[in-house]
Design a protein around this ligand. Structure first.
Ligand code: ZN
Length: 311
């Protein structure tokens, strides 16, 4: 962390990084093809040494036209991608020593938009699916009537099995347990031909007709699970446990209206926990419109810090 902070300590250093992301093989003027340019740091632009055409370093990124220093943005994106707990606006304000809470809130908002706008490849292979209640004292109660007018939200969770471990995840707030609702979630998030593991919930019938292999199993009773009985969807259950801890620890509970946004953030971090640099670039909107720049390809990568693989 101190290393990251010192490498991106100045506006110039951040702009150098933006330029390296934009031109991994070095500057090329989009107008005349010249390969030399001058840095106009105050304008956040590079000017072609041949035709004097100016290119904005922040165009096409969420940093465009921001009055907030790039050092602050970089530091915030770093915290968002590496801090397992996630970052609330209040925490961000404190960590970055921002004068205004609104600045931190706005940055988080922009980051979350960048997370949601990603094109998403559906989960595939072996996929565990389970549901959970989030929030509200009635969590854990059964029966569809519990949904009406209650504060708790029903969340559907899908997790890929990768060898013995957990692959990517998807999470969505759903209005009910109806078969059509569950099917809509699966069609949107899981590739046809995948094997879907669920507990024996009735609404999961019909998956075979929809092109999935379905392995329903009877989940042990909650009492027995607590005593150590093995869950039929252990990866999904672990993800749900992590989600609940994170929501309580970081946000002290969230409103039902806001929940989907937080699910997106949790999933974003979960799915990119082994590729923090890609997550960092995605958050800042770098590499939009073309494939993400591999870290190693970025010029001068050797003297830039490696982000922690944890997170
Ligand atoms: Zn030029």
């Amino acid at each position: 962390m101190p290393e990251f902070q010192s490498k991106f300590a100045s506006e110039e250093a951040c702009q150098q990084y933006l330029a390296a992301c934009r031109w991994p093989d070095g500057f090329v003027c989009p107008r005349c093809g010249n390969r030399r340019a001058y840095e106009l740091v105050k304008l956040r632009r590079w000017q072609c040494a041949g035709c004097r055409h100016q290119v904005s370093l922040t165009a096409g990124t969420i940093l465009h036209n921001t009055k907030t220093p790039l050092t602050v943005w970089f530091w915030a994106a770093y915290l968002m991608t590496t801090d397992k707990r996630g970052v609330s606006a209040l925490l961000l304000q404190r960590q970055l020593a921002l004068r205004r809470y609104e600045t931190a809130w706005m940055m988080l908002h922009k980051f979350r938009r960048a997370m949601i706008n990603l094109s998403r490849e559906p989960l595939q292979g072996d996929v565990e699916v389970d549901d959970t209640w989030i929030g509200g004292p009635q969590a854990g109660l059964l029966g569809s009537r519990q949904l009406k007018g209650r504060k708790a939200a029903l969340v559907l969770v899908a997790v890929e099995k990768r060898g013995n471990g957990t692959g990517r995840a998807r999470m969505a707030v759903i209005p009910d347990f109806k078969s059509t609702t569950l099917m809509a979630f699966l069609k949107q998030n899981v590739a046809p031909g995948s094997t879907v593991y669920t507990d024996g919930l009735k609404s999961f019938t019909g998956l075979k007709e929809a092109g999935f292999h379905h392995v329903p199993r009877s989940q042990p009773l909650r009492v027995d699970l607590r005593k150590g009985a093995k869950s039929v969807v252990p990866l999904a259950d672990r993800a749900i446990g992590n989600l609940q801890q994170w929501l309580i620890g970081t946000y002290h509970g969230v409103s039902r209206d806001q929940l989907q946004v937080y699910l997106d953030e949790f999933v974003f971090r979960h799915n990119r926990r082994r590729a923090p640099m890609a997550a960092f670039q995605t958050l800042l909107g770098l590499g939009t419109g073309h494939k993400p720049t591999p870290y190693e390809q970025i010029r001068g990568a050797g003297d830039l810090p490696k982000l922690s693989a944890e997170g």
